[in-house]
Write a protein that binds this ligand. Structure first.
Ligand code: UDP
Ligand code: MG
Length: 312
């Protein structure tokens, strides 16, 4: 019998889990020709999430939980899940029921037909602020146009991955993780299905604006070095303009004998160039910071316990 794992990263989800679990049980009972495994990753929750997982495991041996030593963020929590799941395929789903479990049977159907990565695309995004929607759109445009891989818009982590994909993702141990890009990078046979994204059933989104922003920067820096090239190009253009301006000033002074009135233009140029230089430095700095982090080669997450026993 084939085994299906469901991976659920959880950060302070004590309010959502009691709603999610019955849904998953309904699903598992309705598709009984598979063996099931629920893999919860407790990503350093500060509420009663862990207690709840313990209780669930006592009633139901299909429930497994990885308890991380602190909050490592969803990307790292998912990697922990990739390492611990044992299924022939894995479905990643949010704990807040924003990803409808009713879609899973359809995913399994496509998987059985040979697709290795069945992902769900949101037709609608659920309740989110206008600004977040706009910024997210802008971000995907930017990433789309600057990298060689399709990083799909309105596609999240809600997907079914075949064992071959899981193994591929497990090899990617970079610490600045942008998993959404990795799904495209690893390739494999993909299938898109659509759904309407609902609202969170309980609790609130754990992503602060700052975290989303830094995820966006991670996304860009880990999949493209275009910003570096942009600073080269801008530098080149500015130098050319400066050169033309210099010739113009020379001609004006030498041929027509115009006295050079320089102060305001000097200040403007100085500020402009200074700004561009700082910007370029900043861009280089972003990459260097990431190089520094990667070279430390630290593990992406630390596990305290697996099912209340010693970790792998
Ligand atoms: N999550 C996590 N660690 C974090 C933040 C979030 O494991 O540091 C989990 C969270 O419990 C949920 C999923 O990631 O299951 C999606 O998080 P959330 O609903 O907050 O994000 P959004 O839906 O707003 O993108
Ligand atoms: Mg959510």
């Amino acid at each position: 019998m084939k085994k299906i794992s469901v991976l659920i990263p959880c950060h302070n989800e004590e309010k959502s889990l009691p709603l999610l679990y019955p849904e998953l049980v309904k699903l598992m009972d309705s598709i009984s020709n598979y063996e099931w495994e629920l893999m919860f990753v407790n990503d350093g929750s500060t509420d009663g999430t862990l207690e709840l997982l313990r209780q669930l495991r006592q009633q139901d041996q299909r429930v497994n939980f990885v308890d991380l030593s602190r909050n490592f963020g969803k990307e790292a929590a998912m990697l922990a899940g990739f390492d611990y799941v044992t299924g022939d395929c894995m479905v990643i789903i949010d704990a807040d029921l924003q990803d409808p479990p009713e879609l899973i049977p359809e995913m399994i159907k496509w998987w059985e037909q040979g697709y290795e990565d069945v992902y769900a695309k949101r037709k609608t995004r659920g309740r989110e602020s206008w600004l977040r929607k706009r910024l997210s759109l802008m971000f995907y445009r930017l990433l789309q146009s600057s990298s060689r891989f399709d990083v799909l818009q309105n596609v999240g982590d809600f997907r079914l991955l075949d064992r071959s994909c899981i193994n591929a993702l497990r090899q990617m141990r970079e610490s600045e993780r942008y998993t959404k890009g990795m799904y495209s990078w690893i390739g494999f046979k993909k299938k898109e299905i659509e759904f309407d994204r609902g609202n969170r059933v309980a609790g609130s989104s754990s992503w602060s604006f700052r975290q989303l922003f830094s995820l966006a920067i991670d996304g860009i820096t880990s999949f493209t070095s275009l910003p570096l090239r942009i600073s080269t190009v801008v530098g080149f253009i500015v130098s050319m303009l400066a050169f033309i301006y210099m010739i113009y000033v020379f001609i004006k002074a030498l041929i027509w004998g115009d006295p050079v009135q320089g102060y305001p233009s000097l200040v403007i140029l100085l500020l402009f160039l200074g700004g561009i230089q700082l910007l370029s430095l900043g861009i280089i700095g972003e990459y260097i910071g990431r190089i520094y982090n990667e070279t430390k080669n630290r593990p992406d997450y630390i596990v305290r316990n697996f099912n209340d026993e010693k970790p792998l």
